[in-house]
Design a protein around this ligand. Structure first.
Ligand SMILES: Nc1ncnc2c1ncn2[C@@H]1O[C@H](COP(=O)(O)OP(=O)(O)OP(=O)(O)O)[C@@H](O)[C@H]1O
Length: 405
């Protein structure tokens, strides 16, 4: 994403101005360590994406950054203030499980939230922005899950915040709607809004975030621009060659890249790969200067520039090797995730979040951050008004209740 940026330094060259500054945050719920020494700085206008397995601590981090939970130790300032005293007109938070009143229409809900702020955006425009203008008069409870989430995203944008926290904003939204939300967030970022979002969608993080933090077991395992993380941890490019095993094919006669397979003795051979073209294909590629991994029915050629795909095809065809598909791909943020946290699928389930990750201790984590949301809570309030009327709980009370979770 390109946008004009300041370097965050004041005009007299003194201390950098940052929108979020969190240092050494620790938070435990009973025996469960949700945050373990997380530090994070977010510059004005920056988009930071937090990724990580279920139970990694992303929501707890959001909550600690926004003041809906108090960390056990460590410090947080947002927009230059403590979270509890920050000007709520400038801040907005969309919790993961925000649930507004069911018996208000999308239009009424956005108008309601707009009414909480001194200088809100036009709710009709927000309704259009989130792609809900045709469903504006439908009760919230009758909207689809994805439409409901769009209303929630709209509610989070209605005060035109300087600093926006979004906990899994596009969960449940269909691919086209997701792109609508992405474009909306990109436009906000281009206008200077600082955004911290959590997501399980690696494409979302890669597209939107200037910087990504990978959390697991309450620690930041890695942090950096998506491209940097991919270059450092994503591995190499891959050309996947799906091979036709002897049992898959017959004599089609017309296709030049297919070697005849003898199926006369067994019309339904088990697809064990034993008769596949893997050995022949491996031999065919030996003369090329690339590492090749093999499995029973496919080969993966690593570090192959796309301009050399033709050499692979020629080598396979010269050897008469059958293949059913070729797929070349560059490493992505998903590869980074799988490389660093793929074995930690559910931090809470596998470790109770108490395990410290060695990679974090070894210094991969350079910074940390905080975010947190709570069930049914919506942090927004303005001009001294709170959202207790909508059923949201007092953050501190809610947090204490959460200790029992
Ligand atoms: N209020 C609470 N009371 C007790 N335990 C909690 C509370 N909030 C979070 N936890 C625990 O802290 C750990 C981190 O949870 P958190 O919700 O921050 O993870 P997450 O990364 O946001 O997960 P997900 O991707 O599933 O949303 C988990 O083990 C969770 O069970």
């Amino acid at each position: 994403m390109s946008r004009s940026r300041t370097d965050g330094r004041q005009s007299d060259g003194r201390e950098p101005i940052v929108d979020v500054e969190a240092d050494a945050l620790e938070k435990s719920y009973g025996e469960t360590v949700a945050l373990s020494g997380v530090s994070l700085t977010v510059d004005p206008g920056e988009v930071v994406g937090l990724i990580g397995p279920n139970g990694a601590g992303k929501t707890t981090l959001v909550r600690a950054l926004t003041g809906t939970t108090v960390p056990d130790s460590g410090s947080v300032t947002i927009l230059g203030d403590e979270p509890s005293t920050v000007d709520r007109n400038r801040l907005s938070v969309l919790p993961q499980d925000f649930s507004p009143p069911d018996r208000l229409t999308a239009r009424e809900l956005l108008a309601y939230y707009a009414g909480l702020y001194d200088d809100a955006r036009d709710p009709e425009t927000v309704l259009e922005d989130v792609g809900l203008d045709t469903a504006g008069d439908t009760w919230y409870e009758n909207l689809s899950g994805g439409q409901q989430r769009r209303v929630c995203v709209g509610a989070a944008l209605v005060n035109d915040p300087d600093l926006l926290f979004l906990d899994e904003p596009t969960t449940g939204i269909d691919p086209a709607g997701r792109r609508t939300v992405w474009r909306l967030l990109e436009a906000l970022a281009a206008g200077g809004t600082t955004i911290v979002l959590t997501t399980h969608d690696m494409a979302e993080a890669e597209r939107l975030a200037d910087r990504v933090g990978l959390l697991a077991n309450g620690s930041l395992l890695a942090e950096g621009a998506p491209a940097e993380l991919v270059a450092e941890h994503g591995g190499s490019s891959r050309l996947k060659i799906e091979l036709e095993s002897a049992g898959d094919g017959g004599d089609d006669g017309d296709e030049p890249n297919r070697r005849d397979a003898d199926t006369s003795t067994d019309p339904h051979p088990a697809d064990t790969g034993a008769d596949s073209d893997v050995p022949a294909a491996t031999t065919a590629l030996e003369s090329l200067p690339y590492a090749v991994d093999s499995s029973p029915d496919e080969l993966v050629v690593r570090d192959l520039p796309p301009t050399d795909i033709g050499r692979v095809v020629e080598a396979l065809e010269a050897a008469g090797v059958s293949y059913t598909g070729l797929e070349w791909s560059e490493p992505t943020l998903e590869d980074v995730y799988l490389a660093l946290a793929g074995d930690l699928e559910d931090s809470a389930a596998t470790t109770g979040s108490t395990r410290r990750n060695d990679r974090a201790r070894d210094g991969l984590a350079t910074d940390g951050g905080t975010l947190e949301t709570g069930s049914g809570r919506f942090l927004k309030s303005a001009g001294g008004k709170s959202l207790e009327a909508t059923g949201e709980r007092n953050p501190e009370t809610a947090d204490r209740g959460g200790e029992q979770r």
